[in-house]
Design a protein around this ligand. Structure first.
Ligand code: HEM
Length: 404
């Protein structure tokens, strides 16, 4: 497709403000920028002159292109507040911040452990854990905070079971995991939280080596990974699996409850779940951005990116590109939303997507059919959103229903 002529003036900052009263919509400027030029120059908070990708096809092309690096130490960050920070290299086990061949080695080892058998077992556990939490909700109701009662504990329990982390130890890792993945604090806070998380998982690794159990961490002790690598990978997986799915479950429920026709469609036909989950992923795109750094000069979309320049890929803008998804601002559970970039794309595409999908496909229909009168307990504008630049979600979701 022919691209719009490059805008002459670089953008001076990444648009981050959502339109008033639209908790699910990306900043309105992103659509204008995409229309003007799907790849355009942007001035970063540290003064670096880099790029912003907003179009679907160019975003996908950047994510798929090995000439772009994911190494943190090569990147400039687009978020204000992280301006002065020069990022240290990824800590051991953080897959998102490294390139092949290191990345390939870890990724292969992990992929081999996400076996069909383990995923099948997880599905029946997801069903069980979901049912237990819905029962508890009913006993506690008819008004609860859905985050606390459901959206947080279900994925937290699942990632703990997968890894073999005792959920009863959650006081020791939950806050660190949140801080490690949040842009609200400083970079130093993030790295300190990561170190604390690694220390916790490090102790577990030693225990698993001594007495292996049936879980992923124990399995990994049978590879040539060192204790340090195991602690790093384990804590990274724990962090990645804890907060993400939980945000999707709560924000997804918020979206369904404010689009009652869509909620009804899913209630009437739970077979719609697979498609519905892809559409909710696209529509909400809770992980907003990815950043890459050019390792060499690269011609893309009629533009010349120079070696060393950073490209911010706006996943939320790409997933609302009308050229790829017609009428993109409409939540339509019946559309074919596959191909969205909400799990990323390319070699770093989400490793936990199978687990996340299973959790969402089970949880949304179960919640809606169990509580046919489920609704928000406060007006939509009073639902407190997360104030985080890279991850969307709600802090609380007060819901209510007609008690039987
Ligand atoms: C990577 C989103 C759930 C583990 C990613 C990336 C995205 C993403 C956008 C790409 C990052 C990049 O390109 O730099 C999500 C969303 C989830 C979810 C929206 C929930 C709905 C999970 C779960 C796990 C997990 C449950 C753990 C089991 C990972 C890992 C990576 C990753 C390990 C790094 C892969 C790599 O760099 O090779 N995720 N994720 N994610 N995710 Fe997820």
């Amino acid at each position: 497709t022919p691209s719009a002529p490059p805008a002459r003036e670089p953008l001076t900052e990444l648009p981050i403000t959502r339109p008033e009263g639209c908790p699910f919509a990306p900043p309105a400027e992103l659509a204008e920028l995409r229309e003007e030029a799907p790849l355009r120059r942007m001035r970063y908070p540290d003064g670096h002159l880099g790029w912003l990708a907003t179009g679907y096809s160019v975003a996908r092309a950047v994510a798929a292109d090995r000439r772009f690096s994911s190494r943190y130490e090569l990147m400039h960050m687009p978020f204000p507040g992280m301006a002065a920070a020069e990022l240290p290299p990824a800590t051991v086990g953080d897959l998102t911040g490294i390139d092949p061949p290191h990345h390939t080695r870890y990724r292969r080892l992990l992929m081999g452990k996400f076996t069909v058998r383990r995923m099948r077992e997880l599905t029946s556990r997801v069903e069980q854990i979901t049912a237990e939490h819905l029962d508890a909700m009913e006993r506690q109701g008819p008004q609860v905070d859905l985050v606390k009662a459901f959206a947080h504990p279900v994925p937290a329990l699942m990632i703990c079971e997968l890894l073999g982390v005792p959920y009863t130890d959650r006081a020791r890792f939950q806050q660190h995991a949140m801080t490690a993945s949040s842009t609200e604090g400083s970079v130093e806070d993030q790295y300190a939280a990561m170190a604390a998380l690694q220390e916790f998982v490090g102790e577990l690794v030693l225990a698993k080596r001594a007495r292996p159990t049936d879980d992923l961490l124990s399995d990994l002790t049978g590879t040539d990974l060192t204790d340090e690598e195991l602690a790093g990978l384990g804590s990274f997986l724990l962090g990645a699996g804890l907060d993400t799915t939980s945000n999707m479950l709560s924000l997804g429920t918020f979206a369904l409850l404010t689009h009652p026709d869509q909620a009804d469609a899913l209630r009437a036909d739970p077979g719609l779940a697979e498609q519905a989950v892809e559409e909710l992923m696209r529509y909400l795109t809770i992980a907003h951005t990815g950043v890459r750094a050019a390792l060499e000069d690269i011609e893309l979309d009629g533009q010349s990116i120079r070696a060393g320049e950073s490209v911010t890929v706006s996943l939320q803008a790409a997933n609302r590109d009308p050229e790829r998804f017609p009428d993109p601002d409409r939540l339509d559970l019946r559309r074919k939303a596959t191909g969205h970039l909400a799990f990323g794309h390319g070699i770093h595409q989400c490793l936990g997507q199978q687990l996340a999908r299973v959790e969402m496909r089970v949880a949304f229909p179960a919640l809606l059919t169990r509580f046919p009168t489920l609704r928000l307990a406060v007006p939509p504008h009073e639902v407190p959103l997360r104030n985080d630049l890279s991850m969307h979600g709600v802090q609380r979701l007060p819901v209510t229903w007609d008690a039987a």
